[in-house]
Design a protein around this ligand. Structure first.
Ligand SMILES: NC(=O)c1ccc[n+]([C@@H]2O[C@H](COP(=O)([O-])OP(=O)(O)OC[C@H]3O[C@@H](n4cnc5c(N)ncnc54)[C@H](OP(=O)(O)O)[C@@H]3O)[C@@H](O)[C@H]2O)c1
Length: 234
């Protein structure tokens, strides 16, 4: 059983991961922009004895991160796993308009600085254990560039670089890092994608299954990057 903090659990991949890990008996502390959005669902703390904690979390707000982590340590006693799922997508191309400039800043703050700040806030806790885990949803866009998604792609490459460095710095304390890099996953983020049928995309529950398996592996067998393609890329 692990004490896990998860971002992005209000929907999509993060929610599927949280539901799976809850069923498997872990303790979950969920960082959510609007905690009320989970009311009545499977992740409603009222439905699960003491295994779920909901906290207000905004990726760009350091104070919300500090409060969330303090609250989690007070309730669970420790944290041994972080799962970064929160992220945003904009189609910002190289020749962005003046109006689109804000999207670039928002992408960097949410997709790169967000996971960085949270990792830093929880680092000392993770170091106390000898088998902590950090799992980050990167993307195939963090490994190759397709089309003209300059804004999103640049942040995902940067996130991949950040995760490699986190792996380096955490190795001696037993912290193991995994990046998961899917192409299209059938969530709100892929709503507008028409090039592939939604049923043919990777499903969020399948990513949850990968995460569940990673958490069962020992320090000596943790994959660093898992690429997940729902379509052939050559
Ligand atoms: N779907 C895909 O095809 C795909 C492919 C490759 C990689 N990914 C990556 O997988 C991760 C999860 O994506 P998804 O498909 O599950 O997307 P999603 O359904 O749009 O969910 C995104 C999650 O991130 C949260 N979030 C966004 N901005 C935030 C902020 N500033 N502070 C706190 N939370 C914030 C959202 O919260 P709210 O509900 O409050 O908005 C939501 O819970 C992302 O990093 C994404 O880049 C997705």
């Amino acid at each position: 059983m692990r004490n896990i903090v998860i971002t992005g659990a209000s929907g999509g991949i993060g929610k599927a991961i949280a539901e799976r890990l809850l069923l498997e008996g872990n303790k979950l502390s969920l960082g959510i922009r609007k905690p009320i959005s989970l009311q009545g669902g499977r992740l409603d703390p009222k439905k699960s004895t003491n295994n779920i904690l909901l906290n207000q979390y905004e990726a760009t707000d350091k104070e919300s991160i500090a409060n969330w982590i303090d609250n989690t340590i007070n309730s669970f006693g420790s944290i041994d796993t972080v799962i970064h799922c929160a992220g945003i997508f904009h189609k910002t191309s190289i020749n962005f308009s003046e109006e689109e400039e804000y999207q670039i800043k928002e992408l960097w703050e949410t997709n790169v600085l967000g996971p960085w700040l949270l990792t830093r806030a929880v680092w000392k806790e993770l170091q106390k254990k000898r088998n902590s885990r950090i799992i980050t949803l990167v993307s195939m866009s963090g490994k190759r560039s397709k089309g003209s998604l300059a804004g999103y792609t640049a942040t995902k490459f940067a996130l991949m670089g950040l995760c490699q460095t986190i792996r380096n710095e955490g190795w001696d304390s037993g912290i193991r890092v995994t990046t998961i890099s899917p192409s299209w996953v059938n969530t709100k983020m892929a709503n507008e994608v028409n090039s592939i049928d939604k049923s043919q995309m990777t499903q969020p529950e399948d990513i949850a299954s990968i995460v569940s398996n990673i958490l069962k592996l020992p320090n000596s067998c943790i994959p660093f990057d898992i690429s997940v393609n729902c379509n052939l890329e050559i």
